[in-house]
Design a protein around this ligand. Structure first.
Ligand SMILES: [Zn+2]
Length: 59
């Protein structure tokens, strides 16, 4: 009984950790004007200010 509770909490902690990784805020930046924005879609798109292709910023 106690073992089951421990296992459940372990699994919960693991899934919560995994979720944090996938939901981690990713940032994209414009190499031209240095605009930084959050990546909100799978595609990086273009800079709103100058139209240059955005690049993903390393964390
Ligand atoms: Zn720009």
């Amino acid at each position: 009984m106690f073992d089951n509770v421990v296992q459940a909490s372990e699994a919960f902690r693991e899934s919560a950790h995994r979720m944090q990784g996938s939901l981690r805020m990713a940032l994209k930046g414009c190499p031209e004007c240095r605009t930084v924005d959050m990546i909100a879609s799978p595609s990086l798109g273009a800079c709103e200010d100058c139209g240059s292709a955005m690049i993903a910023l390393p964390r």
